[in-house]
Design a protein around this ligand. Structure first.
Ligand code: NDP
Length: 273
């Protein structure tokens, strides 16, 4: 099955779907989830230092026979490391745990005020040294991006934000698109709260797909990268089986109309960690 890619402004490509591993426990849980995902056809994994499972991700990559350059690996710089000005050291720790020579994508995890501009300079240096193929941000609102762009030598290639039918962040998405920044959706499955919305269930019946497949497909058709998390083999496969159907433009509009500015995760303006 052909899985679409998105191309960053530096021509590096990221698969349109990846496996998210937040809350996948270090050890057999995360390793097994990745093995199932790679078998199902996923070629992208999204982790972070704070998830505490980079070592498990590294082991799963080692255990796979898929060539390293066919798997896209993302990790993120944690807030405390930014505050302490130890981006380079944190990156080296990540790379050691992942057992990788080069990372595909490294992100600033949250826009920590007073620190993210300096952290970005460190990411630029890592990029220029060839240690990471692409650099980006996460949870950046237009105001944060504007601040960053004032001094950035390299524009972020991606912004990973909470995005699902209840929180579509149109202003941020538009801003990113104007600046050739790819948008990636975290919690694309609303953290599993899928069955609350009858309309999603109705669409699932109409397309003979599951509610999860309908909302992932909606995000794909809106040109977002998605990183659904699951540690269940059946759901890992289900979330990947979204490239054999297409939602009509009328149904995309119906899903768009579910917007209600409801977050399941923290607010980038008020997060306290
Ligand atoms: P998701 O929206 O991906 O939802 C995950 C939840 O949905 C889990 O409880 C999972 O349970 C369940 N689930 C998965 N597939 C299905 C399905 N087909 N049907 C019903 N339920 C399902 O939430 P996340 O918050 O985990 O977001 C995804 C990824 O995004 C994270 O893993 C992480 O990589 C990234 N992320 C990034 C953040 C950031 O600040 N940059 C913040 C939050 C997430 P089960 O495992 O049992 O299947």
């Amino acid at each position: 099955m052909h899985i679409p890619n998105h191309t960053f402004h530096n021509d590096v490509e990221i698969p349109a779907i990846g496996l998210g591993v937040w809350k996948a426990e270090q050890g057999s849980e995360v390793q097994q989830a990745i093995a199932w995902a790679l078998e199902a056809g996923y070629r992208s994994i999204d982790t972070a230092a704070i998830y505490g499972n980079e070592q498990g991700v590294g082991k799963a990559l080692q255990a796979s026979e898929i060539p390293r350059d066919e798997i896209f690996v993302t990790s993120k710089l944690w807030n405390e490391d930014m505050r302490k000005g130890r981006a380079e050291a944190a990156f080296e720790e990540t790379m050691q745990k992942l057992q990788l020579e080069v990372l595909d994508l490294y992100l600033i995890h949250w826009p920590v005020e007073g620190h993210f501009v300096k952290a970005w300079q460190a990411l630029e240096t890592l990029y220029e040294a060839g240690k990471v193929r692409a650099i980006g941000v996460s949870n950046f609102m237009p105001e944060h991006l504007e601040t960053l762009l004032k001094t950035a030598r390299i524009k972020p290639m991606i912004n990973q934000i909470e995005h699902h039918p209840y929180l579509q962040q149109r202003k941020t998405v538009d801003f990113c698109r104007q600046h050739q920044i790819v948008v990636e959706a975290w919690s694309p499955l609303m953290q599993g709260n899928l069955n609350q919305e009858t309309m999603i269930t109705e669409l699932a019946e109409k397309y003979h797909k599951s509610p999860a497949q309908v909302i992932l497909r909606w995000a794909i058709q809106k040109d977002l990268v998605v990183i659904p998390k699951s540690t269940n083999e059946g759901r890992i496969q289900e979330n990947f089986a979204i490239f054999d159907f297409e939602l009509s433009s009328g149904d995309l509009d119906r899903l768009d109309a579910l917007e209600r500015n409801q977050r399941f995760g923290p607010d980038p303006y008020t997060f306290g960690f």
